[in-house]
Write a protein that binds this ligand. Structure first.
Ligand code: FEO
Length: 396
């Protein structure tokens, strides 16, 4: 498919309905994704970004139906990650001398991926590329989310091409924010922010404020994944400012794994206690071995506090809990409280192991945790409820 974003701008990307994992196995793309590329036709013609390599031939063939490839004056590579640059080697075989505009880090990344010496044109924030009556203005956005990332803004049409920022892994035939299911759209936009951009929240806040200070009119935001924000595009900017500032809802998430259901029963007792402390708080439980990591991480992002539970095995913790704690650490969540719990049979190190990992991940550990011997009996259940109640009161 191709479609008109505006009379002079054509979406020439690829909707990938099948992709279910992204960044290796890290990110679940429940609604597929799109790799958005845009062809801007003014007095000069410019292609902004491309698509992932498996779709390179299809991309070039579709593009050639929209424009004579030799009429493409410039290529802009806002970001070198292969989901956006993957078709450049194929395209540049057809038009090898076409200038490729990117940041200095973009040159390093593109050369690193493709080992080709294209006609690179390095740009910095504030540099402009004239398309005749309109121009593209470049804004570097380092670490949003790679060192090479940048945005560009098209004057006259007032469009921000934001690359990964404001994107969603969300395949749709509709492709505009006002046409799609709003719950799905925000579910995907939130998962995308929580799992990809959280570690860079300080930079997100700073970059948005820097761009807003330019007072540029923004009629549309065209990201490199998912739908285009054309109806009230500022709505996603407002959401990003909220998400970038230690975001939390009235929610507590309990993550656990269990061998013989002892730690699972503890999790349920703790949830009961939290609800006794605050009937309005949302309490969500996830077995880390059976739950989708992308969703679990998004629930941590929304939480004001988390509890992590695991039985002791070989003086340590189960692989699924270690895995999710590793992911949580990498995302550098801020301003959240936490505690640990777990069942044990003889040595009982798991609670301390979890506590240490949560502290290392930047969580405020609010108590010494809770251990219960063997399968929780009635007294142990009451201990869990009381523990949950105290945690609920602490984070209220
Ligand atoms: Fe969608 Fe960072 O690539």
């Amino acid at each position: 498919m191709v479609f008109k974003v505006k009379e002079n701008i054509t979406w020439v990307g690829k909707a990938d309905w099948e992709v279910r994992k992204f960044h290796g196995e890290e990110f679940s793309t429940h609604h597929g994704s799109t790799y958005n590329a845009y062809l801007v036709q003014a007095e000069k013609t410019v292609l902004i970004d491309s698509v992932w390599r498996p779709f390179a031939k299809e991309f070039v063939a579709n593009l050639a139906k929209v424009v004579d490839l030799r009429k493409i004056d410039y290529i802009v590579a806002n970001h070198a990650e292969p989901d956006h640059s993957g078709a450049l080697p194929e395209l540049l075989q057809h038009i090898p001398d076409t200038p490729v505009y990117c940041t200095a880090n973009g040159v390093k990344s593109l050369k690193g991926h493709y080992h080709a010496d294209w006609n690179f044109q390095v740009v910095k924030t504030g540099d402009k590329l004239s398309l005749g009556s309109k121009e593209l203005v470049f804004v570097e956005a380092p670490m949003l989310h790679w060192p090479d990332s940048m945005f560009c803004y098209l004057t006259g049409d007032n469009i921000l091409f934001s690359n990964d920022a404001f994107g969603q892994h969300y395949a749709s035939e509709l492709m505009f924010n006002d046409l799609v299911d709003q719950a799905e759209l925000y579910e995907e936009a939130t998962q995308y922010y929580a799992n990809i951009l959280t570690p860079f929240s300080k930079l997100v806040d700073k970059k948005i404020k820097e761009v807003l200070a330019l007072n540029l009119p923004v009629d549309m935001i065209c990201p490199s994944h998912g739908v285009i924000w054309r109806q009230d595009p500022a709505q996603i900017i407002r959401r990003y400012l909220e998400w970038a500032n230690d975001y939390k809802e009235n929610q507590i998430t309990i993550i656990y794994d269990s061998m013989w259901n002892g730690t699972r029963r503890m999790a349920e007792g703790i949830a009961e206690g939290i609800r006794q402390a605050d009937k309005d708080v949302a309490v969500k439980l996830f077995n880390s071995a059976r739950s989708d990591q992308t969703i679990t991480i998004t629930e941590v992002f929304k939480s004001k506090g988390i509890l992590v539970g695991c039985p002791t095995i070989n003086r340590g913790i189960l692989t699924s809990v270690a895995g999710i704690l590793n992911e949580i650490k990498g995302l550098s969540f801020k301003g959240k409280k936490a505690a640990a719990f777990g069942a044990y049979g003889w040595s009982g190190e798991s609670v301390k192991v979890i506590q240490d990992k949560l502290a290392e991940a930047g969580f405020e550990i609010v108590n010494d945790g809770l251990k219960e011997l063997w399968n929780p009996n009635e007294q142990a259940w009451e201990n869990c409820v009381a523990f949950g109640r105290r945690f609920g009161e602490t984070v209220k």
